[in-house]
Ligand binder design. Structure first.
Ligand SMILES: Nc1nc2c(c(=O)[nH]1)N[C@H]1C(S)=C(S)[C@@H](COP(=O)(O)O)O[C@H]1N2
Ligand SMILES: [Mo]
Length: 318
């Protein structure tokens, strides 16, 4: 076992891939104490302050009892148009993205505009693992063990005023580092939005890691939104700005195709995309002949989130 800067806590030995896969012999072999207190692995680009805070995380109360999508699929089959439009582009093209130091600006309907860096953001709440089903609007899905903090903790820190009804999330758009931003495939920067109650919902997190490791660049390092009952495009990556606003913001995808991508983007098998059905999905990693599975309303999280949409016409508010 090699110990160097890049892995102060050798997490690859503490929460190895095998534990997620449920290999009994491996779990037996591992020490119970270490298993109970997994640590997020570090790399040399993370600042000393972050390293010093020892990023332990707790296992999820929201763990799905489904088979996880492999680390390899989660990190090599991506949508991140700033790095290109094909699924393999983000892993290839994002290698050089500089994610430390990183600052998020808080603006708009808040007591006062302020900034927070990644180290301070990580001090707002203990890190938790959340195993979530993720459903892309294109019809495929994955099950991903994210690591992050509840979005509500950052919102509390931001001190929004009573005028804040929605939140706009803005991703990095740096032409020098992101080849896709030199094209006009989307209106940059990539923006997304949530209603305040959606952003405050306990399922909504800011992810900083997955599979016990810091987020790979292609998955939105160093921090991204994760909202599991909505289509994948809501989950803005590499966020640099969070703006509290009074009226519903227009997102990049709404501008690109207003008839195809709505503000809510709740997973809904009853509302088809104009060009394809949303009633079924293909779980990534199943192999060529695996049958498609039925998509569930709110991606299977209806029990937790349906109350937020009571009385709303979900066909109109797609
Ligand atoms: N900034 C930014 N965020 C983004 C995207 C993007 O192109 N740019 N793509 C979205 C889409 S369509 C999906 S399905 C998810 C994919 O996240 P993953 O690659 O981590 O699975 O990221 C979302 N967040
Ligand atoms: Mo997506």
């Amino acid at each position: 076992m090699k110990i160097n800067n890049s892995e102060i806590i050798p997490v690859s030995e503490i929460t190895p891939y095998e534990t997620y896969m449920g290999r009994r012999d491996f779990i037996k072999a591992a020490s119970a104490a270490l298993m109970a207190a997994p640590f997020l692995s570090f790399n040399s680009e993370v600042s000393a302050a972050t390293n010093a805070s020892l990023l332990g995380y707790t296992k999820s109360p929201y763990g799905a009892d489904e088979k996880l999508t492999s680390y390899n699929e989660v990190t090599n089959y991506n949508n991140y148009y700033e790095f290109g439009t094909s699924k393999s582009d983000p892993a290839l093209e994002s290698k050089g993205l500089v994610t430390h130091p990183w600052t998020v600006s808080i603006e708009g309907a808040v007591k006062k505009n302020k900034q927070i860096n990644l180290d301070d953001l990580l001090k707002l709440a203990p890190l938790e693992e959340r195993i979530y089903r993720m459903r892309c609007v294109e019809g495929w899905s994955m099950v991903i063990p994210w690591i992050g903090i509840p979005m509500s903790k950052l919102i509390q820190w931001a001190e929004p005023t009573s005028n804040a009804k929605f939140i706009e999330f803005v991703s990095l758009a740096d032409q020098s580092q992101m080849p896709g931003v030199r094209t006009n495939i989307l209106d940059w920067p990539y923006t997304e939005g949530l209603r305040m109650d959606e952003a405050m919902h306990p399922l909504t997190i800011i992810a900083v890691g997955l599979y016990g490791k810091l987020l790979p660049n292609q998955n939105g390092a160093p921090l991204r939104l994760v909202v599991p009952w909505k289509y994948g495009f809501k989950n803005a990556k590499s966020i640099v700005k969070i703006r509290f606003v009074e009226s519903m913001p227009k997102t990049s995808w709404m501008k690109a195709g207003p008839k195809e991508y709505g503000f809510y983007a709740n997973v809904n098998p009853m509302v088809d995309h104009p060009r394809w059905t949303q009633s079924t999905e293909r779980r990534i990693g199943g192999g060529l002949f695996t049958p498609r599975i039925k998509t569930k309303l709110f991606n299977g999280y209806a029990e937790q989130v349906a109350h937020m949409y009571a009385g709303m016409d979900l066909v109109k508010n797609f």
